[in-house]
Design a protein. Structure first.
Length: 508
């Protein structure tokens, strides 16, 4: 008959941590370091088993039933599972423990009481805060008992010495206390301002909010996790009724896309985002094509039906043939050599990439050419400022060119590198580089892993044209179906300046 595998593991661990030779034999006495490592292994394993045995603490939070659990983790943080809507992940703390909050359901009795007595909503936040505190304390006490008991029990099973077992339990308590101190010291209440959404939450922009609501509503949740959980009631209600989303009239919404690289699926994604977020302007920072040939031009035709003005600059995979074709499309606006236009309530200027790399007959000039293009764009931006028509957003394909506009414009957009960059440059200009909205294009099938599809929605104040927030939208690449939306706020906005004058939007 096979032996119990757990008992066998305990026996093996006991044999490694105890000497079987007579006392006084130096060669068989475990080294102090070995004994210490063995004790730590027993403590960690016992504590982990204890947490698994205790499981979750079920506690009501306002009108909701929740399960709170502490789990070992390398990165810490908090994860709120809102079934069936999805999850929110918060970088709330750094410690080897993570707090999981599973929101199972709305209690029909407590929910109905709120419907019949709406005046109770005014006290709901305090009630939720009290419930969360009570649940967290209960979880903390149970976890302490579980960790100490698990480490002590496993220590007794391994060493068969009460003193060593108690030492294991004591060390487990010290480690848990240290983890708690680390979580408390690194606690970041502002983490709720930048949650990462997944599941259905990521596909419901009306639940994410607009730039104005970030300031008015998200600040409410800044101080404690309980305030964020309070809003789950609204999430359930909004998802069940699927209201028509209406953007804040004081907000301009810009969809930044880049590096589509001939992926036809990108047009469907862009069209869906325009509709869901009610986008005012689409800005494409280039590399829409792969080879820039005339045969590829038909790929651009869906731009006419995207439902928002399409502002475009040439990338290093887009030829002058591509650019000429795009100029003739309804709804498209081509920027080059620092040209500017008023579109969707914004003044935008940009320049095409000076290099066309698919043409092997022309040697690539590298960063020097990109920087020169950026300097010409910066000069054009200064000319606009002197003429009394300051630019709100500048666009270039290569980040090397975009960086040369520092100090001449509040925001500059770029692409090319197929990953996101968000950086405030030395003179105050914010550089935002978008990943590939085409998931690397059709060439992605050559990669070992599919490249993710990336786009961003930028929220700008209509009166000042300043960036207030942005949502980073990330979709799984070829063959994947994951979706995430992350909310971000600027850290230290540059001083406001007068808004640029409005002008009729030019036709394509």
């Amino acid at each position: 008959m096979a032996r119990d595998p757990f008992r066998a593991a305990v026996v093996r661990l006991r044999h490694r941590t105890r000497s079987t030779a007579p006392v006084g034999t130096l060669t068989d006495t475990p080294h102090p370091v070995t004994r210490a490592l063995g004790l730590v292994a027993v403590v960690v394993l016992g504590a982990w088993l204890g947490l698994l045995i205790v499981g979750s603490v079920r506690t009501p939070v306002g009108p909701m039933d929740t399960d709170m659990t502490l789990r070992p983790s390398l990165s810490g943080g908090t994860k709120i599972n809102v079934s069936p809507l999805g999850a929110l992940e918060l970088d709330s703390h750094i410690a080897p423990i993570r707090l999981d909050v599973d929101v199972d359901r709305l209690d029909p009795v407590r929910s109905q009481a709120l419907v019949k007595h709406p005046e109770r909503l005014s006290g709901l936040q305090d009630e939720v805060a009290s419930d969360v505190v009570a649940g967290t304390l209960d979880l903390a006490v149970r976890s302490c008992v579980a960790v100490v008991s698990g480490a002590t029990a496993l220590g007794l099973a391994v060493y068969r010495r009460p003193r060593r077992a108690l030492a294991a339990g004591g060390l487990a308590l010290v480690l848990l206390a240290a983890s708690g101190v680390s979580a408390y010291a690194t606690w970041n209440p502002k983490s709720v301002l930048e949650p990462k959404f997944s599941g259905l939450l990521s596909s419901a922009p009306s639940l994410v909010g607009d730039a104005r609501s970030i300031v008015t509503e998200f600040d409410v949740y800044q101080q404690e996790l309980a305030r964020l959980v309070t809003n789950v009631t609204k999430l359930y209600d909004a998802t069940s009724t699927l209201p028509v989303y209406r953007p804040d009239p004081a907000t301009i919404r810009v969809l930044h896309v880049s590096d589509i690289h001939l992926n036809p699926a990108a047009w469907h994604i862009i069209g869906s985002l325009v509709e869901q977020y009610e986008i005012d302007v689409i800005i494409d920072s280039g590399d829409t094509m792969d080879h820039g040939t005339a045969a590829e031009n038909g790929f651009l035709d869906p731009i006419r039906d995207l439902g928002a003005p399409y502002v475009w600059v040439r990338g290093n995979h887009d030829s002058k043939v591509t650019q000429a074709y795009l100029k003739g499309l309804r709804n498209a606006h081509v920027l080059d050599e620092g040209s500017a236009l008023n579109v969707g309530g914004l003044r935008v200027a940009g320049t095409g990439d000076p290099q066309f790399t698919p043409d092997r007959s022309v040697p690539a000039q590298g960063k020097a050419a990109e920087r020169m293009a950026g300097l010409r764009l910066a000069s054009a931006l200064r000319d606009q400022e002197r003429a009394g028509t300051p630019v709100d957003i500048a666009v270039a394909h290569d980040p090397n060119a975009a960086r040369e506009t520092d100090g001449t414009v509040p925001l500059v957009l770029a692409g090319h590198v197929h990953h996101r960059v968000n950086e405030v440059l030395k003179l105050g200009t914010r550089l935002k580089v978008e990943g590939s909205t085409g998931g690397g294009g059709l060439r992605a099938v050559q990669n070992e892993k599919p490249e993710k599809v990336r786009a961003s929605v930028l929220y700008l104040d209509r009166s000042t044209r300043r960036l207030q927030a942005w949502d980073e939208i990330t979709l799984g690449g070829l063959g994947l179906t994951t979706a995430e939306v992350s909310r971000h706020l600027p850290e230290g906005k540059p001083a406001d300046r007068s808004p640029s004058p409005t002008a009729p939007t030019p036709s394509g």
